[in-house]
Design a protein around this ligand. Structure first.
Ligand code: XIL
Length: 364
């Protein structure tokens, strides 16, 4: 028995080795020509995932058939990359332009895709009229309140969740006001409106649309315990004072050097707030201190494994807290990070190892 079984056994090992090499080769190149791989990963992300999986859209996405087809096939949630920001929606203090944001929102609704609002108040992307604005504190308060009220009123019923305030804290956990050693960018909002403006933004948003889920969105929870703790403390303070807040966005613009432990801790710690958790702008870049002209197979594999860890750690959260995971871009051809490869699809819109890693993490 043993003797006659041996050749079959060896043959099988040989076959498996050969086969696994084919899979590795194909997946490293981002190709899905292997029918077994294609079959295994036939279900798109949105069907495999028990929570929404998102990406960003701009007006330019409509002119990119491959990108648009990925949006429709793979994703169940969309965030406007720039179209809802103050620079895009408010040409003057008192006039609004919703052409771009409406067309993306309505496209999503027609296609059964959730649209998450991003963002109402941010220290960046400010129009020239705002940086030059000369009003007193009451006039600034009026700009803040009317922006939030007009946005929520306009999108009421179509957009049910908002990043109300974006990046209000510095890496040292203090409110971002002026430029400091741990904060290279100042916030005009904090300078003009004082320490408690973040809370007032949430109150104005809630008053304009009591049904909307309101998020505080920021980056760095995976590398700055000071910022992570400051966000949790802010939530506690808001809850004590009856300020409405329902969710926390972890942007997760990260890189392959970041450890699995850092990523997992950030997700688990933020979830101790009990609020909805949104991994809101995920990308994992590869170029760090050293710059490559193309990703190596080893780099693609680390990226794959980081994506896997993030998906699995997020899936381990209570279902009631899983608002979703949103990628900040569709393919490496459309990322805001240039000269890098931070997303799930390569520049030719083929699935990367990162895609398979993320998919496997969702499926675990
Ligand atoms: C970025 C966009 O991707 C760029 O196109 C734009 O030039 C600048 O803003 N954190 C955020 C996002 O909350 O709004 C930013 O988006 C990326 C960092």
């Amino acid at each position: 028995m043993e003797l006659s079984a041996r050749p079959i056994y060896l043959y099988l090992i040989g076959y498996l080795l050969f086969f696994s090499q084919c899979v590795t080769k194909n997946s490293t190149a981002g190709l899905t020509t292997d029918p077994v791989v294609a079959e295994k990963y036939a279900d798109p992300l949105k069907l495999v995932s028990p929570f929404p999986i998102g990406t960003v859209m701009s007006l330019s996405t409509f002119g990119l058939p491959q990108a648009l087809s990925i949006v429709k096939t793979e994703f169940s949630s969309v965030t406007c990359e720039n179209a809802m920001k103050i620079q895009a929606t408010q040409p003057t203090a008192t006039t609004f332009n919703f052409t771009e944001s409406d067309s993306i929102t309505n496209y999503c609704l027609r296609n059964g895709i959730r649209l998450h609002g991003h963002n109402l108040i941010w220290h960046q992307s400010l129009p020239a009229w705002l940086t030059a604005f000369q009003g007193d504190s009451a006039a600034w308060e009026n700009v803040l309140k009317s922006r939030i009220t007009t946005m929520l009123t306009h999108f009421k019923g179509r957009v049910k969740s908002w990043d109300v305030v974006n990046e209000a804290l510095s890496d040292d956990g203090l409110l971002r006001v002026g430029v400091t050693s741990s904060n290279s960018k100042a916030s005009l909002w904090a300078q003009k409106l004082g320490k408690d403006y973040v809370a007032r933004c949430f109150q104005y948003a809630h008053a304009a649309d009591p049904d909307a889920r309101l998020f505080y969105n920021d980056y760095g929870q995976e590398y700055s315990p000071a910022k992570l703790n400051a966000i949790l403390a802010m939530v506690k303070d808001f809850q004590k004072r009856g300020i409405p807040i329902h969710g926390l966005g972890l942007q997760f613009h990260t890189n392959i050097q970041r450890s699995d432990t850092d990523l997992k801790n950030a997700i688990a710690q933020m979830a101790t707030s009990g609020l909805l958790i949104h991994i809101s702008e995920l990308d994992i870049s590869m170029n760090g201190s050293q710059s490559y002209s193309a990703p190596t197979p080893a780099m693609l594999d680390i990226q794959k494994s980081r994506m896997n860890v993030i998906a699995a750690a997020y899936k381990a959260l209570p279902a009631s807290q899983r608002f979703g995971i949103t990628f900040w871009g569709i393919s490496d051809a459309n990322s805001w990070i240039t000269n890098d490869w931070p997303l799930l699809f390569d520049k030719s819109y083929a699935k990367k190892p990162a895609y398979y890693g993320f998919w496997d993490g969702l499926k675990l």
